[in-house]
Design a binder for this molecule. Structure first.
Ligand SMILES: [Zn+2]
Length: 472
C-alpha cells in the first residue's frame, strides 16, 4: 500500500493524507484548507492531486477548517461516498463550513467592488457555495469513539480520543493485503493533558506506522499557573482593580468555550463580582456552544461534574452572547469594565479587530492573546512590543497592556508530543516501523526529529515532503 502526503507536510495547514491499496481502494484522511498555498505546489493548479470521484472513503479527524475546509470542494468535485467522523465533529464541522462559505463569498463581493470591471475575472472565486456545503454534510456518516467499524475484508477503522477539541479523534486504520495486516495511526491534532472541557488524548497501541502532528516541536508552553488562577489574575488586575476592559481574541469553536467555562467556574467560586459583565461577541460561538452540552459523554470529569451540579456549562448571571451587528455596535459604545471574548483568535479579521482597535489606546485595557498567532497576523504583530500599530489602515498608539497566555493552548508542546511518540512505540512492542512528523513548520519538525533521533530513533523518524509517497 502507498501513503501519500498531500497536505500539512512541512507546514501547518491543509491536512490531507491518502492511502492507496494495491487493489486501487483509496482512503483520504482529512481534507483541510491550506492557508499557506504559496508554498504548496498542489494548490497552485488543482485543489486535489487526484480525481475526487476515484476515492472510496474519507475520514475526518476533527472540525477545524485546516482539516475539514476543502470537503465541500471534494464532494462538489465528484466524491459521493461517506465522510466518517464522530457525531460532535459532524455538528461542529457543519457550522464551520457554512461560516467558511459565508466568509469566502463576503470577501469575494468586497473584492469585486474594489476591482475594475476588466480585471474582475482574475479575482479568485470562492471554493464552494452554501448549497454545496449542505450536500457535503449530507455525506457525513458518524462513528462513535472506540467502536471498530469494518468497511470490508481489507479495511477497518477505529476512532480514539485525541483530546484536542470536542469530538476530535485520532484514526486507527487496520489494512489487510495478501494476508498481511498493518495498522496505521493518524493522530490528527492532539491536545494538552488536563485541557479544559475535553478528556485527555489516548495513545495508539500495536501500530506499525504513526503519522503525528508536531505543531509545537522545539517549544515549551509557558504555563506556571492553572487556567483559573491565570485568568483570575488578569480579570482582577484589569477589570476589578483598575476598572478596565479585558479583551480576549479567541477562536469561536474550542477556545471560546474553554475560556467561558473557566470564568463560570470562577463565578461559582465567588471570585467574579456580579457587576462585571462578560460579552461573547461571536455568532459562530453561539451556534457551537450548545454542541458541548449535547455530547456530555465527551466531557472530562471536571466539566461533567460541573454540568451535573450546575445544570449548564456556559450560562451564568452577567454573560451575554451577541449575535447581530446591532448588538456588536452597542458593545463598541459600552465603556464600563467588562470582559470581551471575540473571534478570530489571531486577530485577523472578524469582530475582534474592532474591539482591539477600540481598546488599544486605553491604558486601562488589557488585550490577552490566548493562542498561537502565525507570523504576519495582527495578533503576532501585537506581541512584538511596538509603541504603535496599524489596524485597518489607521495607525494606533499602543497604551493598552498586551499579554499572552498558553494555558488555553489546544496543542501539546514539544515534550508532550515526544512522550506521545515514545509511549506509542512502547505500546506497540517494537512493531512501530516509522513515525512521520507532519503539521508543523520546518524548524519545529526538525527540532522534534533531532530530539527523537537523540533518543535512539533516527532510523524511525521521517519528515515527509509535500506530495512525497511511501510504500508501507
Ligand atoms: Zn485542530
Amino acid at each position: 500500500m502507498k501513503l501519500s502526503f498531500l497536505g500539512a507536510a512541512k507546514q501547518v495547514t491543509g491536512s490531507m493524507y491518502l492511502i492507496t491499496l494495491e487493489s486501487g481502494y483509496k482512503i483520504l484522511i482529512d481534507c483541510g484548507m491550506d492557508y499557506e498555498m504559496k508554498k504548496n505546489p498542489v494548490s497552485r493548479g488543482n485543489l486535489f492531486p487526484f480525481e475526487p470521484v476515484t476515492l472510496d472513503l474519507v475520514i475526518l479527524t476533527h472540525a477545524h477548517i485546516d482539516h475539514s475546509g476543502n470537503l465541500p470542494a471534494l464532494t462538489a468535485g465528484g466524491y459521493k461516498g461517506p465522510i466518517i467522523c464522530t457525531p460532535a465533529t459532524a455538528e461542529l464541522t457543519e457550522f464551520l463550513l457554512f461560516d467558511s462559505a459565508n466568509i469566502q463569498w463576503n470577501d469575494y463581493r468586497k473584492n469585486l467592488g474594489r476591482t475594475k470591471k476588466t480585471r474582475r475575472d482574475f479575482i479568485p472565486k470562492p471554493l464552494f457555495t452554501e448549497k454545496q456545503v449542505q450536500e457535503c454534510v449530507d455525506q457525513f456518516l458518524t462513528l462513535h469513539l472506540h467502536k471498530p467499524f469494518k468497511i470490508n475484508d481489507q479495511v477497518s477503522i477505529k476512532l480514539i480520543e485525541a483530546g484536542h477539541l470536542l469530538g476530535a479523534a485520532s484514526v486507527e486504520l487496520t489494512l489487510t493485503e495478501k494476508g498481511v495486516t498493518q495498522k496505521i495511526g493518524f493522530t490528527g491534532d492532539l491536545g494538552r493533558s488536563n485541557s479544559k472541557l475535553v478528556k485527555n488524548g489516548e495513545v495508539f497501541s500495536d501500530i506499525n506506522y504513526l503519522v503525528t502532528e508536531s505543531t509545537y516541536g522545539g517549544r515549551k508552553h509557558l504555563v506556571e499557573k492553572n487556567p483559573e488562577d491565570e485568568l483570575l489574575d488578569y480579570i482582577q488586575k484589569t477589570c476589578i482593580e483598575f476598572r478596565g476592559r479585558l479583551v480576549i481574541p479567541a477562536f469561536s469553536v474550542g477556545r471560546t468555550q474553554a475560556i467561558v467555562f473557566t470564568i463560570h467556574q470562577l463565578k461559582q467560586k465567588g471570585f467574579i463580582p456580579s457587576w462585571l459583565k462578560v460579552f461573547v461577541d461571536s455568532p459562530l460561538a453561539i451556534k457551537s456552544t450548545p454542541v458541548y452540552e449535547r455530547h456530555p459523554y465527551l466531557l472530562n470529569e471536571e466539566a461533567a461534574d460541573f454540568l451535573k451540579t450546575h445544570g449548564n456549562l456556559f450560562h451564568f448571571e452577567g454573560i451575554e452572547y451577541l449575535e447581530g451587528m446591532d448588538e456588536h455596535d452597542e458593545l463598541m459604545n459600552y465603556f464600563e469594565p467588562c470582559i470581551i471574548i471575540s473571534a478570530a483568535g489571531m486577530v485577523e479579521g472578524g469582530r475582534i479587530q474592532e474591539h482591539v482597535s477600540n481598546n488599544i489606546e486605553n491604558p486601562y485595557s488589557t488585550i490577552l492573546i490566548a493562542g498561537y498567532c502565525a507570523d504576519g497576523t495582527l495578533g503576532h504583530r501585537l506581541l512584538q512590543g511596538q509603541s504603535s500599530i496599524r489596524i485597518k489602515n489607521t495607525e494606533r498608539n499602543i497604551y493598552a497592556k498586551i499579554a499572552r497566555t498558553d494555558v488555553f493552548s489546544s496543542h501539546p508542546d514539544h515534550d508532550e508530543v515526544k512522550n506521545y511518540v515514545l509511549t506509542a512505540i512502547k505500546n506497540s512492542d517494537q512493531k512501530l516501523r516509522k513515525v512521520f512528523l507532519v503539521h508543523g513548520d520546518i524548524p519545529h519538525l526538525q527540532a522534534m526529529q533531532d530530539d527523537l533521533a537523540a533518543s535512539g530513533l533516527s532510523d524511525k523518524v521521517v519528515v515527509p515532503d509535500m506530495l512525497e509517497e511511501f510504500y508501507l
